[in-house]
Design a protein around this ligand. Structure first.
Ligand SMILES: C[S@@+](CC[C@H](N)C(=O)[O-])C[C@H]1O[C@@H](n2cnc3c(N)ncnc32)[C@H](O)[C@@H]1O
Length: 234
């Protein structure tokens, strides 16, 4: 188990540990017949329906730390699955709110918008968040259905961080959908930009276009984790 920077009750840390293990075991069994995050067709969705495909634990730890150090309280997750990465987002945002209010962050509106289009996965995610307790549960607004529809409305301004952990063809359309809501200095994180570079070709070109306002760095986590900062010119 990796050393964890996460501040959470022991039962939450134990649950995260258990779910990461399960996800790794599933991925090991899948190797060979799984094209990673490349398709939006129904056979791919069928294959992935019962898979956790959680973000690696060390990446989750990094994102938790990033949220804590930037003070983010307004986060969007594209691709939630069984809700593992979402637990980290909710814990970090909850801690930030506590420091800001020096009170109980639970009274404010949820700081994390999560998105999942598979009803069985959404149900599992809700179950995991309930196991964590109200500190996590209350921080998450799960939008069920196609994120290109569920993120089209009701997204507040000044999004601090967007996590793109979604099938590659959806990454750029999702970014474009919420771009106007990103605050200057917002961070966009994208998983597997090295191993899935082909699938992310359009997204990466969009980041790199002159005057795009996006400034990108590939962090050397497994498969590459893209960390992009949005600073549009005025
Ligand atoms: C890589 S997984 C997310 C893993 C999750 N972030 C974690 O670390 O536990 C991507 C998820 O996106 C979901 N998804 C795919 N297409 C979607 C869409 N159009 N709208 C919402 N969710 C979608 C898939 O069902 C899948 O569960």
């Amino acid at each position: 188990m990796a050393r964890s920077p996460v501040e959470a009750p022991q039962h939450v840390l134990d649950l995260l540990n258990k779910l990461h293990k399960l996800s790794i075991e599933q991925e090991a069994r899948l190797k060979g017949d799984k094209p990673r995050f490349v398709s939006t067709d129904s056979s791919f969705d069928d294959l992935m329906r019962d898979k956790l495909i959680a973000l690696d634990e060390d990446k989750c730890h990094f994102i938790y730390q990033l949220i804590r150090t930037t003070g983010a309280t307004n986060v969007i997750e594209a691709g939630t699955s069984f809700g593992i990465s979402t637990i980290y987002l909710a814990l970090a945002v909850g801690e930030n709110k506590k420091s800001l209010n020096s009170g109980d962050g639970r009274k404010s509106k949820p700081g994390v918008i999560a998105t999942e289009n598979e009803p069985s996965k959404a149900a599992k995610a809700r179950q995991h968040w309930a196991e964590c307790g109200p500190e996590v549960e209350a921080e998450i607004d799960l939008r069920e259905g196609n994120l290109l529809e569920t993120l089209a409305t009701n997204v507040a301004q000044d999004v601090d961080l967007l996590l793109l952990d979604i099938w590659t063809p959806l990454a750029l359309p999702t970014l474009k959908l919420v771009q106007s809501k990103l605050r200057p200095g917002a961070v966009i994180l994208v998983d597997h930009t090295l191993t899935a570079a082909d699938g992310y070709k359009e997204l990466l070109a969009y980041f790199e276009a002159p005057n795009s306002g996006f400034h990108s760095l590939t962090l050397p986590y497994s498969g590459g984790l893209e960390m992009t900062v949005y600073n549009p010119r005025k």
